[in-house]
Design a protein around this ligand. Structure first.
Ligand code: ATP
Length: 662
C-alpha cells in the first residue's frame, strides 16, 4: 500500500506464508519509526505500524495478538500480565556483560544517552550484519524470531525464588548474544518499558484498525489491498468503524488477544466483535471516572434539570469485585482501578464477599471502594493506614488492618449486563441482591437531596465519617454506567478542594530534579513535573515543585530516583526548561495540590491552546502522595488541565500572567 514512510514492511518483508515473523523485521520497522519522528509524524508512524501488523497477518496471523502487546510493552491484558520485574540494576548488569564493559562504564554511557537501548546498540561487540536480508527475501531468515523474543520475556516474568535474578540475567544475555545490534536495542528498550516509538496504545489501535481494513480475513494468502478497491474515502470510513468498535470493546472487555482473534476471523463484520467481546465476569471493566466540581452551587448548576443523588466519597482503593459461584476455585476476584488483579492482596475480603450474595445470585460485578476500618471504634481509618498493607505476600500483620468494602454500583448480575440501566435501577438491584456484612461490606451511604443546604449538610456528615467528600451522580436521565469515561454524570466534590479554584488535585509525572541546598545537599530539593497529552502521546512540563516533602521523604525519593538520572531530557517530553540539574526517566506519578493555574511562557501543558507559544502552569504546587496505582499514561491529561484552567474565575486568568513560579 502507499506508505508515507520510505520503509514499507509489506514490500520489504520476506514473504513465506506460515513463517514465523523475524524479529529483525520488527526491529527494522521500529528504527524506521524513529527516523520519521517529528512534525506530522503520527500518520507515518501509524502507517508503518499498520504495515507491520498487516505483514504479520499475511505471514502468521496467530502472532498478531502478542505483537500488539509487544508494542504496548505488555505481556498480555492488564489483569493477567505478569511483570518482568527487571530493575535498572539487573538491566545494566546484563548490558555491561553483553557489551564486555564494566558496570561503571555502562552507567556513565546510560547517563549520556538516557537509554540502555542506545548503549547496547553502540557498544555490543560483534555487529552481525543483516546485509541485504530485507531486500532479498530468499536469504536464510535470521534465527531470532519475534516468537522467541516474546517467549523469553514471558520466561523472565515467570522466574521466581532465590536464583531468579541470575536466571533473568542469563535469559537476557542469551537474547542479546543472538541479536543484531539493532535487535538488541529494541530488546533492551522493551525491558526498559519504553520502545520510544513516540506513539502509545491509541496509535496502535488505529494501526490495528487499518491493518484489518486493508486485508480482509479471507484473503487466502494473497496480498489484498482493500484501500485500492474501496478508494480513499470509503477506506477511511471503514478504518474508523473498526477503530470505534475496538475502542468500545476494549472498555468492557480489555483483552486485545481475543479482540484481535475475533477481528482476524470476522474482519469488519463488527457485530461479531460485540457478540464475543462484552462485559464478562472474570474480566475487569474499565472503571467510570468522575469530573471535579468546586462547590455545591456548581453541582446545582450542572444538574439543574436532572434527578441526582449524593453518595459518600470514600477514601481508599477502588475495587472492582467479580463474583462467580460457578467457579468454586476462584469465586471472587478483585481488580484495581488499573485493572490489575489484586485478589491475592485481600484474602480476608474474599471471605466476606462470598457471604454478601443472596443464594440465588450466581454471578455479579460490583464497583466499590476498599477502605481501612477500625472495628473497635466503628469508624473508617485514613487512607495511609490502608497503604501500610503489603501489596504482595500478605502477612498476618497486614491482615490486622481490617478492610471494609463500600459498594456503590452493580454492573452485572446473573449473566446480564446492567451497564445500560439507569443508576436508580442499578442501585435498586444492588440493594436487593447483595446484603451488607457488618463493618465489612456496606452499601455506600447516600442521600437523594436536591436543596443546597441539605447537600452541604450531607457533605459535612461525610467528612465527619472520615470520607473525602461526596460523589454526585445522575439517577434517571443520562445515568448509564460509562466504562472508562470521565463523565459529567459523575461529579466529585472534595472537601479539601472546594473553592480552591480547581476542585481537584492533579497526578503528575516526575521528569527532572534540582539538587537541594543546605541540609538537603546530596539529594533532590525540587522536581520538574509533567502532565500527559493523550492525543499527541507526549508529556508536557507543567510546574516545578519543592513543597510538601519532609527531609525523610526526600531521602527516600532520592534513593528511588537516582538510578533514573539521564543527561538528556526524556525523548517524549515537551519542555522549555533550560536549567535543570538532572533529567529523569519518566516513571513515578505523584499527586499534587496547587492554588490555581495560569499561563506560562516556560511550561508546556496544552501549549498553544489558549495563547500562542504559551502553556498552562500550576501555581504553588505541593506534594500530597505517590500514586503507585497510576502509570505515566494515567497522569492528569493536558486536556483536563485546559478544562481546569478555563473553569477558573476569569480574574485569575489575568492575575498570573507570565509567572514562572520557580
Ligand atoms: P480519577 O479516578 O478521577 O482519575 P483519582 O483516582 O485520583 O482520580 P478521585 O479523583 O479521588 O480518584 O475520585 C474518583 C475515585 O473516588 C473513584 O475512582 C473511586 O475510587 C473513589 N470513590 C469513593 N467513593 C465513591 C463513590 N461513592 N462512587 C464512585 N467512586 C467513589
Amino acid at each position: 500500500p502507499p506508505s508515507s514512510a520510505k520503509y514499507d514492511p509489506i514490500q520489504d518483508a520476506p514473504f513465506h506464508k506460515g513463517q514465523l515473523v523475524p524479529f529483525g523485521f520488527i526491529a527494522r520497522g521500529l528504527s524506521e519509526i524513529e527516523l520519521c519522528r517529528g512534525k506530522n509524524s503520527k500518520d507515518a508512524i501509524k502507517e508503518i505500524v499498520a504495515n507491520i501488523f498487516r505483514s504479520t497477518i499475511l505471514l502468521n496471523p496467530r502472532e498478531l495478538p502478542d505483537l500488539f502487546y509487544f508494542f504496548c510493552v505488555k505481556l498480555g491484558p492488564d489483569y493477567d500480565s505478569p511483570e518482568t520485574g527487571i530493575g535498572i540494576e539487573l538491566l545494566s548488569n546484563a548490558v555491561a556483560k553483553a557489551c564486555g564493559k564494566s558496570l561503571k562504564q555502562i552507567r556513565e554511557q546510560f547517563k549520556q544517552e538516557g537509554d540502555y537501548g542506545i548503549v547496547v546498540e553502540k557498544s555490543k561487540g560483534v555487529q552481525k550484519s543483516l546485509g541485504t536480508f530485507f531486500k532479498k527475501s530468499q536469504e536464510t531468515p535470521k534465527d531470532l524470531t519475534f516468537k522467541r523474543v516474546f517467549e523469553a520475556f514471558n520466561k523472565i516474568a515467570r522466574q521466581s525464588g532465590n536464583n531468579s535474578q541470575n536466571e533473568k540475567e542469563s535469559i537476557i544475555l542469551k537474547l542479546l548474544q543472538d541479536a543484531t545490534n539493532e535487535e538488541a536495542k529494541y530488546i533492551v528498550r522493551w525491558l526498559q518499558k519504553n520502545l520510544k516509538t513516540g506513539a502509545a496504545e491509541k496509535t496502535y489501535i488505529l494501526a490495528l484498525a487499518r491493518a484489518i481494513a486493508y486485508t480482509p480475513p479471507n484473503h487466502k494468502g494473497k496480498i489484498l489491498n482493500s484501500k485500492l478497491t474501496l478508494g480513499d474515502q470509503l477506506f477511511a470510513e471503514k478504518c474508523e468503524k473498526i477503530e470505534l468498535a475496538i475502542c468500545e470493546a476494549i472498555c468492557e472487555f480489555p483483552n486485545y488477544g481475543l479482540i484481535i482473534e475475533t477481528l482476524l476471523e470476522h474482519g469488519d463484520d463488527l457485530p461479531k466483535l460485540k457478540d464475543r467481546c462484552h462485559i464478562t465476569v472474570g474480566i475487569p471493566v474499565k472503571p467510570m471516572l468522575a469530573k471535579p466540581t468546586k462547590g455545591v452551587r456548581e453541582v446545582l448548576d450542572r444538574f439543574e434539570q436532572v434527578k441526582f443523588t449524593c453518595e459518600y466519597k470514600y477514601d481508599g482503593f477502588r475495587g472492582q469485585i467479580h463474583f462467580n459461584r460457578n467457579n468454586p476455585q476462584q469465586m471472587v476476584k478483585i481488580y484495581s482501578r488499573n485493572l490489575e488483579d489484586m485478589t491475592g492482596q485481600y484474602p480476608d475480603v474474599v471471605e466476606f464477599v462470598e457471604k454478601s450474595a443472596s443464594q440465588d445470585v450466581e454471578t455479579y460485578i460490583l464497583d466499590s471502594e476498599l477502605v481501612a476500618f477500625d472495628h473497635v471504634n466503628n469508624r473508617i481509618l485514613p487512607f495511609q493506614t490502608l497503604t501500610q498493607r503489603s501489596r504482595k505476600n500478605v502477612t498476618e500483620e497486614d491482615l490486622k488492618t481490617k478492610i471494609c468494602i463500600c459498594a456503590f454500583d452493580l454492573l452485572y448480575l446473573n449473566g446480564e449486563s446492567l451497564l445500560k440501566e439507569p443508576f436508580i435501577k442499578r442501585r435498586e438491584i444492588l440493594h436487593k441482591n447483595l446484603h451488607e456484612v457488618q463493618n465489612s461490606f456496606v452499601f455506600a451511604k447516600y442521600k437523594d437531596a436536591e436543596a443546597l443546604e441539605a447537600i452541604q449538610e450531607f457533605l459535612g456528615d461525610s467528612i465527619k465519617d472520615s470520607c473525602e467528600g461526596l460523589m454526585i451522580k445522575t439517577l434517571e436521565t443520562n445515568a448509564t454506567y460509562e466504562p472508562s469515561k470521565r463523565s459529567l454524570n459523575w461529579l466529585k466534590l472534595k472537601k479539601d478542594y472546594i473553592d480552591s479554584g480547581l476542585g481537584d488535585s492533579l497526578d503528575l509525572v516526575v521528569v527532572g530534579a534540582d539538587f537541594g541546598k543546605g541540609k538537603r545537599t546530596g539529594m533532590y530539593g525540587s522536581f520538574l513535573l509533567a502532565c500527559y497529552d493523550e492525543n499527541l502521546e507526549v508529556l508536557q512540563t507543567v510546574t516545578k515543585m519543592a513543597t510538601g516533602l519532609s527531609d525523610e521523604m526526600l531521602a527516600k525519593i532520592y534513593s528511588q530516583l537516582k538510578d533514573l538520572e539521564i543527561d538528556k531530557p526524556p525523548s517524549n517530553l515537551k519542555f522549555k526548561e533550560k536549567n535543570i540539574d538532572v533529567w529523569l526517566v519518566p516513571k513515578y506519578v505523584w499527586e499534587i495540590k496547587c492554588a490555581d493555574l495560569s499561563m506560562s511562557p516556560i511550561y508546556c501543558a496544552s501549549i498553544g491552546s489558549v495563547e500562542k507559544n504559551k502553556g498552562i502552569a500550576l501555581r504553588f504546587p505541593r506534594f500530597i502522595r505517590e500514586r503507585d496505582d497510576k502509570s505515566v499514561e494515567d497522569a492528569t491529561s493536558s486536556e483536563q488541565i485546559l478544562e481546569y484552567y478555563k473553569s477558573q474565575p476569569s480574574l485569575l486568568k489575568n492575575d498570573g500572567e507570565d509567572d514562572d513560579f520557580d
